[in-house]
Ligand binder design. Structure first.
Ligand code: NDP
Length: 452
């Protein structure tokens, strides 16, 4: 019988090995630490999981594709970007995970996102494996024609690796409805197939699902509400700080407002806005989705209730709830200390790995309910899987039906994480609950399918 401390030592060795085999990939190391450090109890209790080779296979992607993406700007200049698709684990279904277009993208970032995605997708209970992709292309300030040429060049290589039964990408940072449209068009042109299920996040008129754009933000708010319910509270009247002003942030703000909370901030890489009256979503959508502008414009147009703070930390704004919805490692230990000083009750991650490990520990030690991204933002990929289901059946569901399914999925994820944490002597620890529950489902499928 293996003890927990023997298991911990074996995991520590493996983590050192992961760092050696994957040099200069700090985000991937961070994600691997975060998951593996919580697995000791389940590996000690279930010896079949400690079988040599299982975790080693889990941390090694099944396939990694890196490719050149040449494209011409409006002045005819040639640019060369790098494209990635990491197909991490397909034990539960076709690889599924978004594409990120941002200058900070590199292999380590895509691997961290792909690794997280395995467990997140498992938690949804649906048949989807884990993958992620993207490019170091920066769409900011580019014309529609430039974005289109980039997407066409990107898909001219990517199409070989994807398919409705193989790998189904979606959006992420820098990839929204516009980009998915250009990518889908090029896939259709090259393959001469109407294969709706090859990409998700499509427009509602051509194979997309109602509520998919909203799903990540709505889902995160439902997860936060479930955590509060567990403590005998609800969202009504709670003040919330939200970071980001993209897809996830916008629909987080929308759902918070609909459920009676008061979201008072949003941000982008230039700074943040505080609006005491609550964020005016029509104005924010106009600036971000139509004009593709910056958040300072929001404060300029909104009047006296709002002010723009260049740079700075949105986490200094006092609130009951915090929903980080921009990017990884945006909420560090100082930010967590500031939230705790101001009496925050719950932090729920809309973004992937936005909270640093030190900040997570501080929040948990301080008794704050903490919802990790792989559980709290799983509504996005669940919405994508519902889009795939509609595509396979050549049908489309009403918004009410998709929302009902999403709500059931988020409540189930919350219950699963909560109960798993209790089962492993970590009551209220959603990080442990999410990691172990996601791991158990993937590990069972991998063991059943043999050493591949
Ligand atoms: P968007 O591109 O729509 O929006 C991203 C927002 O975050 C923008 O306001 C952007 O500001 C800000 N941001 C991005 N990078 C940085 C940075 N390095 N520093 C400061 N601000 C930054 O992306 P999404 O809303 O789709 O994604 C946000 C997060 O949610 C990501 O972590 C993503 O992985 C995660 N997520 C997304 C899902 C989805 O369905 N879209 C599903 C699950 C998780 P600026 O424009 O100035 O860069």
């Amino acid at each position: 019988m293996t003890t927990r401390s023997e298991t911990r030592t074996a995991l520590d060795h493996l983590l050192t090995e992961i760092e050696h085999r994957n040099p200069a990939q700090p985000e991937f190391h961070q994600a691997a630490h975060e998951v593996l450090e919580t697995l000791a109890p389940v590996l000690a209790a279930r010896p079949e999981y400690a079988e040599p080779g299982l975790i080693e296979r889990l941390v090694e992607p099944e396939r990694q594709v890196i490719f050149r993406v040449p494209w011409q700007d409006d002045k005819g200049r040639v640019h060369v970007n790098r494209g990635f698709r990491v197909e991490f684990n397909s034990a539960l279904g076709p690889y599924k995970g978004g594409l990120r277009f941002h200058p900070s993208v590199n292999l380590g970032v895509i691997k961290f996102l792909g690794f997280e995605q395995i467990f997140k997708n498992a938690l949804t209970g649906l048949g989807i494996g884990g993958g992620k992709g993207g490019s170091d292309f920066d769409p900011h300030g580019r014309s529609d024609a430039e974005v289109m040429r980039f997407c066409q060049s990107f898909m001219t290589e990517l199409y070989r690796h994807i398919g409705e039964h193989t790998d189904v990408p979606a959006g992420d940072i820098g990839v929204g409805g516009r980009e998915i449209g250009y990518l889908f068009g090029q896939y259709r042109r090259i393959t001469n197939r109407w294969e709706a299920g090859v990409l998700t996040g499509k427009g509602a008129g051509w194979g997309g699902s109602l509520i998919r754009p909203e799903a990540t933000g709505y889902g995160n708010v439902l997860f936060a509400a479930a955590m509060l319910r567990e403590r005998g509270e609800d969202l009504e009247g709670q003040t919330a700080v939200v970071s980001g002003s993209g897809n996830v942030a916008i629909y987080t703000i929308e759902k918070l407002t609909a459920l009676g909370a008061n979201p008072v901030t949003c941000s982008d890489s230039s700074g943040y806005v505080v609006d005491e009256k609550g964020i005016d979503l029509d104005l924010l959508k106009q600036i971000k989705e139509v004009e593709r502008g910056r958040v300072d414009t929001y404060a300029e147009r909104r009047g006296s209730s709002a002010r723009f703070v260049p740079g700075g930390s949105v986490w200094d704004v006092p609130a009951d709830l915090a929903l980080p919805s921009a990017t990884q490692n945006e909420l560090d230990e100082n930010a967590a200390a500031s939230l705790v000083r101001n009496g925050v009750k719950a932090v729920s991650e809309g973004a992937n790995m936005p909270t640093t490990p030190e900040a997570v520990h501080l929040l948990q030690r301080s008794g704050v309910a903490f919802g990790p991204g792989k559980a709290a933002n799983a509504g996005g990929v669940a919405g994508s899987a519902l889009e795939m289901a509609q595509n396979h059946a050549r049908t489309s569901w009403t918004a009410a039906r998709v929302e009902e399914e999403l709500s059931d999925i988020m409540n189930n994820i919350h219950t699963t994480c909560h109960e798993t944490a209790e089962r492993y002597d970590a009551p209220g620890d959603y990080v442990t609950g999410a990691n172990i529950a996601g791991f158990e489902r993937v590990a069972d499928a991998m063991l059943a399918q043999g050493v591949i």
